[in-house]
Design a protein around this ligand. Structure first.
Ligand SMILES: NC(=O)c1ccc[n+]([C@@H]2O[C@H](COP(=O)([O-])OP(=O)(O)OC[C@H]3O[C@@H](n4cnc5c(N)ncnc54)[C@H](OP(=O)(O)O)[C@@H]3O)[C@@H](O)[C@H]2O)c1
Length: 290
C-alpha cells in the first residue's frame, strides 16, 4: 500500500508504539488521526511530530467507551471522508493471577485489550465495507500465542484477539477487500513495563502470600536470562514493523516483530510463520475461495 494521503486512525497514541506509529505514518505521507483517551497527554506526541516536521491530528478515543469510539470514527469520517486504515494499538499489561484478580480487574483487562478492539472494528466496518477497501492492523503480542506464568488474564485477552482477527480475516479480504493483520511483539521498552511493575508492587502482598514462590521463580528466570534487556525492542522499532506491514501487500496474517518474538513462539508457528498457509486452507475449505 502506498501510504501517501491514506487516512489512518490509531488508538493509544499518548506514548509508546502508538505515538511512534503516528509520526512514522505521517512521515510516509499518511493523514494521521492519533487518538488517545486523554488528550491532555498529547505533549510527547506533539513534540515527536514537531521534531519530525509532520502534522498529526489528535482526537479523543477511549476504547472502553462505545460512544467515545463512535464519536471519534464519525469525526474522522466527516472530516476526511473515510478511513483507510485502523490501527488497534491501545492496551495494557497485567501480572496478576486469576485467583488474585477481582472481577472488576478481570473485566478491565479484557475490556481494554479485547472488547476495546471489537468496539473500534465495529465502528469502522460499515464505512470500509461500503467502499470495499480497508486495512485493520491489531497490535497483539507473543502473549496472544503463548501462555505465560502469572500473565494468564492478559494472555487470555490477547488470545481472544488472535481468534477474532484470524476468524474475520478468512472472509473480510476475499469478500470485502478488507485486510486484517496481527502484529506480535515480545518485550518493548515503553511505559507499559513500568506500569505493569507499579501495578505488581501495589498488589505484591496478596501475590506474595500465596504465589510468592512462582513470582520469585519467574522474576529469577527473567533476571538470569536477561531476556528483556537483551532483546526488547523500542516503540519506534515496533512502529517501523507496522509501517512496513502496511506497505507490504504480500505480508501474511501475522507479523512477529523481532527474532526474539519469533524464537519465543517457535513451536506454535512451525511450518506457517505468518499464518498464510492456514488462512489459505480455511478460505478454500470453508468458503471455496482461494
Ligand atoms: N511493551 C511491551 O512489552 C508489549 C509487548 C507486547 C505487546 N504490547 C502491546 O503493544 C501495544 C502498545 O503498548 P506500548 O508498549 O506502546 O505501551 P504504552 O506506552 O503503555 O501505550 C499504551 C497505550 O494504550 C493506551 N490505553 C490504555 N487504555 C486505554 C483506553 N481505555 N482507551 C484508549 N487508550 C488506552 C494508553 O493510554 P494512557 O496513556 O491514557 O494510559 C497508551 O497510549 C499494546 O496493545 C500492548 O498490549 C506491548
Amino acid at each position: 500500500m502506498d501510504l501517501g494521503e491514506k487516512i489512518v486512525l490509531i488508538t493509544g497514541c499518548s506514548s509508546g508504539v502508538g505515538m511512534h506509529a503516528a509520526v512514522q505514518l505521517a512521515q510516509q505521507g499518511a493523514r494521521v488521526y492519533a487518538s488517545m483517551r486523554n488528550p491532555a497527554k498529547a505533549g510527547a506526541l506533539k513534540a515527536l511530530a514537531g521534531e519530525a516536521a509532520v502534522e498529526v491530528s489528535v482526537l479523543t478515543l477511549d476504547v472502553q467507551n462505545n460512544e467515545s469510539v463512535r464519536a471519534a470514527v464519525a469525526l474522522v469520517e466527516s472530516e476526511a471522508g473515510h478511513i483507510d486504515v485502523l490501527i488497534n494499538n491501545a492496551g495494557f499489561g497485567s501480572v496478576r493471577t486469576l485467583e488474585q484478580a477481582t472481577p472488576e480487574q478481570l473485566s478491565e483487562i479484557m475490556d481494554v485489550n479485547f472488547f476495546g478492539v471489537t468496539r473500534c472494528i465495529r465502528a469502522v466496518l460499515p464505512g470500509m465495507r461500503s467502499r470495499k477497501s480497508g486495512r485493520i492492523v491489531t497490535v497483539s503480542s507473543v502473549g496472544g500465542l503463548v501462555g505465560q506464568p502469572l500473565n494468564e488474564i492478559y494472555c487470555a485477552a490477547k488470545f481472544a484477539l488472535e481468534g477474532l482477527i484470524e476468524s474475520m480475516a478468512t472472509y473480510m479480504e476475499p469478500f470485502f477487500n478488507i485486510r486484517m493483520t496481527l502484529i506480535e511483539p515480545a518485550g518493548i521498552r515503553t511505559g507499559f513495563v513500568g506500569r505493569v511493575m507499579a501495578d505488581l508492587q501495589k498488589e505484591a502482598a496478596p501475590l506474595q502470600e500465596v504465589y510468592g514462590p512462582v513470582l520469585g521463580a519467574y522474576i529469577g528466570q527473567i533476571q538470569k536470562h536477561g531476556a528483556f534487556e537483551s532483546s526488547a525492542q523500542t516503540g519506534a522499532q515496533v512502529a517501523e514493523v507496522i509501517v512496513h506491514s502496511l506497505q507490504d501487500e504480500s505480508s501474511g496474517l501475522r507479523t512477529l516483530t523481532s527474532p526474539a518474538a519469533k524464537a519465543f513462539v517457535r513451536e506454535k508457528i512451525q511450518g506457517d510463520p505468518d499464518g498464510s498457509e492456514l488462512q489459505g486452507r480455511i478460505r478454500r475449505d470453508l468458503l471455496g475461495v482461494g
